[in-house]
Design a protein. Structure first.
Lengths: 508, 236
């Protein structure tokens, strides 16, 4: 029986190095990890958002938060802020912190029954208030990866991959091979036996991980794993990305990813330490590139007035995922596995979760591998379906009247699973049991924030038959108190990041 | 409010300083910063911890004097109840400030310690510093020279992961409870496991000795609890 002793990763972007790091850290001394990277491929690196899982991931790999923030122009992200999504003149937050006492009580019915002028997110969490003031999620005395408010990062993906690479090679013993893969050779059972690289060397391995991005060299080109498009549900197919400097050195750094709805898509706005990353994602069915550029320029304002196509990067977005991201001894992580519009920063977190699952369930031999393959594929398909549901939720609740938005509400474009949830939530307040899995990528809390943030309502008849008003009101009051206390204590994002750049954070 | 002015014999010759500790002089502090060159004397009386500077998050050493920020269990009837008081206690109400290359002694002119009738004179009639002021100047110089080594020492220990966060949960004789957070100590386990070049480096820098003083000083936490219990029981 062939034992798993060596793992070969192809592709050196964020997904490749995250996967290398997690596997090497988890199996140090027991598995050899080799990463083969083409010297000729440009990494797709725009300013990117992450989920709070990234903190644990970096910690597991053995990275210092101070080093990471300094090297990758990283900033703190506490929420997504959606502007103009509902009516064209509105905003709401999807914060990372769960609603108050979310493990004990569903506050949604109480919030809806007693309108006090606060949005749902403000009523159940003080985090939107912290975001509105561009605050950091902690103070300089809180140790690395520790938090006062839950947070993730914005980072420069072009710097993140080289940073991870250095750590993986120097501290985790990952072998780094810079070469193009010229040939992929199977054994008699159809498992990949070795890769031939230019220069003639053969790289053998027991498990091969495809992190080649949209190229999808192993899982797509070699194994022909079927690609399931979700373009019928999510219409975005093009991005125009650009970097914009701050107006001055001390300009506030937003602690949210800001997504502003446009006539046929939306614009992301991500603040790094020295610049902002801005991008217009849209559906080319509803908007020409010229119109898209014009809208991007209008968003940027006077400093963007002279932008031309030479200065923006046009990135095609092919929404969808592989039906079988794991085939025999080959598994895809990152863009090679699938991609959807970056509306809720699902890309890096999907790579993390996939890499973690592979590291945790590393099959010791081919018998085990066949089972892990089945489970991995089932989990990934489930996750992609949940992501599509969640992203589509942002569109179906909109009341905007442009053709793109109207088309998005056409029932034939809405997944059945989301239709079920929407029907359910008209008569039931969203709650833990509505989703199937323990490790949901977006918990029901996220659905609550978006559903109520965009004006969704639940039939008052669904109000608890044995209400507990004193408890609910107590929680609302505690949120209000914490809003004062915590926002008074937190420095701004910019202030804390300057301090970290100068003094660093302690490990304890 | 604190109002530090440069000390000068022309302006301040007639003034006297009340030197004893007292609640009315602001001696009710639960924690005070220290420097490593005091450790040989501190270790006989106080638990020596690190805490984080609120402005920059760096570790700085200090001794615990009570169980909240304004409780000083060593302040007993306007007397310091230990044979040695930390330099930052002794220096009151003076400070030392950097002025170019030189250090300048400053005085908190609004401190209630500053008097005309009672207390220690700072200057003789001919303008020479009194023994008292000379002693204060020594204290201030020690502090000025010892602050940087204190930070460097703490930073090196942090770099080698030798500092751990500790929580102190105490129940006193009246069953009242207190939880102290934000205190850090030298990790005995990790210090013991240190080997090779790092160990030699710490020894050569003199940090190893300081680290062991801090470890030894932890036994005074029990002494501090005993002081508090005596206070609660009405014993002196």
């Amino acid at each position: 029986m062939s034992q798993t002793r060596s793992v070969v990763i192809v592709g050196g972007g964020t997904a490749g190095w995250l996967t290398a790091g997690l596997i090497a850290a988890n199996h140090k001394g027991h598995l050899s990890v080799t990463l083969v990277e083409s010297p000729n491929v440009k990494i797709i690196g725009v300013g990117e958002g992450t989920w709070p899982t990234i903190r644990n991931t970096l910690k597991k790999i053995g990275i210092s938060e101070t080093d990471f923030l300094r090297a990758c122009d990283g900033t703190f992200k506490q929420a997504s802020k959606f502007v103009n999504w509902t009516t064209g003149d509105d905003h709401y937050y999807h914060p990372f912190m769960l609603p108050k006492a979310y493990d004990q009580i569903n506050l949604a019915p109480y919030w809806q029954a007693q309108p006090n002028g606060l949005s749902f997110a403000d009523a159940v969490s003080y985090q939107p208030a912290a975001c509105a003031q561009d605050l950091a999620p902690k103070t300089v005395t809180v140790p690395e990866f520790g938090a006062i408010t839950n947070y993730a990062y914005h980072l420069d993906a072009g710097k993140f991959a080289p940073f991870l690479q250095k750590h993986c090679v120097e501290n985790l013993g990952v072998r780094h091979v810079l070469a193009d893969v010229t040939q992929i050779e199977n054994d008699e059972d159809g498992y990949i036996a070795r890769l031939l690289i230019d220069g003639g060397e053969a790289i053998a391995g027991d498990l091969f991980i495809d992190c080649t991005g949209f190229l999808s060299l192993l899982i797509g080109k070699h194994y022909g794993a079927e690609f399931t498009s979700c373009a019928d549900q999510l219409f975005i197919d093009t991005a125009l990305a650009i970097q914009v400097p701050y107006e001055h050195e001390d300009a506030p750094i937003a602690s949210v990813t800001k997504s502003t709805a446009q006539r046929a898509g939306w614009i992301w706005d991500i603040g790094l330490t020295r610049r902002r990353g801005i991008g217009h994602v849209y559906s080319s069915r509803f908007l020409s590139d010229d119109e898209a550029l014009a809208d991007l320029k209008a968003y940027i304002g006077p400093s963007g007035a002279h932008l031309t196509f030479d200065e923006v990067r046009k990135i095609p977005i092919r929404s969808g995922h592989r039906q079988t991201p794991w085939v025999k001894n080959c598994v895809a992580v990152g863009l090679s596995s699938g991609f959807v519009e970056p509306l809720e920063a699902s890309s890096i977190v999907m790579a993390e979760l996939s890499a973690q699952m592979i590291a945790d369930q590393m099959p010791v031999n081919r018998t085990a591998m066949a089972v892990v393959e089945k489970r991995f594929n089932a989990t990934l398909n489930y996750r992609w379906a949940r992501i599509i549901d969640f992203l589509k939720l942002h569109y179906v609740l909109s009341q905007r009247e442009e053709p793109f938005w109207v088309a998005n509400r056409d029932p034939s474009t809405i997944p059945e699973s989301l239709k079920d949830l929407l029907s359910l939530w008209r008569y039931h307040f969203p709650w833990h049991d509505d989703l199937d899995r323990r490790d949901e990528i977006f918990p029901t809390a996220s659905f609550q924030y978006v559903y109520y943030g965009m004006g969704g309502r639940t039939d008052p008849g669904a109000f608890p038959k044995t209400p507990d008003w004193p408890t609910a009101i107590g929680h609302f009051q505690e949120v209000a108190r914490a809003r004062q206390a915590v926002t008074g204590q937190l420095p701004t994002n910019r202030t804390l990041l300057n301090k970290i750049s100068q003094f660093g954070l302690q490990k304890v | 409010m604190v109002n530090q002015v440069p000390l000068s014999h022309e302006v301040h010759s007639g003034l006297r300083i009340m030197t004893h500790p007292s609640a009315r002089f602001g001696s009710q502090v639960g924690f005070v910063g220290v420097i490593p060159r005091e450790y040989t004397r501190l270790v006989a009386h106080y638990p020596i911890f690190f805490r984080k500077n609120a402005e920059n998050g760096r570790f700085e050493p200090g001794v615990l004097l009570g169980f909240n920020s304004s409780e000083n269990l060593f302040l007993v009837d306007e007397r310091w109840d230990a044979a040695y008081a930390p330099l930052h206690i002794q220096r009151q109400p003076f400070l030392i400030a950097q002025a170019g290359e030189n250090h300048v002694v400053t005085l908190d002119i609004d401190s209630p310690r500053v008097q005309r009738e009672q207390g220690e004179l700072m200057f003789h009639d001919d303008g020479r510093a009194t023994d008292y002021l000379q002693q204060i100047t020594t204290v201030l110089t020690d502090l000025a020279e010892g602050t940087r080594p204190a930070y460097d020492y703490a930073a090196k220990l942090a770099e080698y992961d030798l500092i751990e966060s500790i929580r102190i949960d105490v129940q006193f004789v009246d069953h009242s409870e207190v939880k102290l957070e934000g205190l850090y100590a030298v990790s005995a386990e990790k210090l013991q496991a240190l080997a090779g070049e790092k160990l030699v480096e710490l020894r050569d820098l003199g940090y190893l000795t300081w680290a062991y003083y801090q470890l030894a000083s932890m036994s005074h936490i029990a002494g501090l609890v005993a002081r508090k219990n005596r206070l609660i029981s009405g014993l002196k």
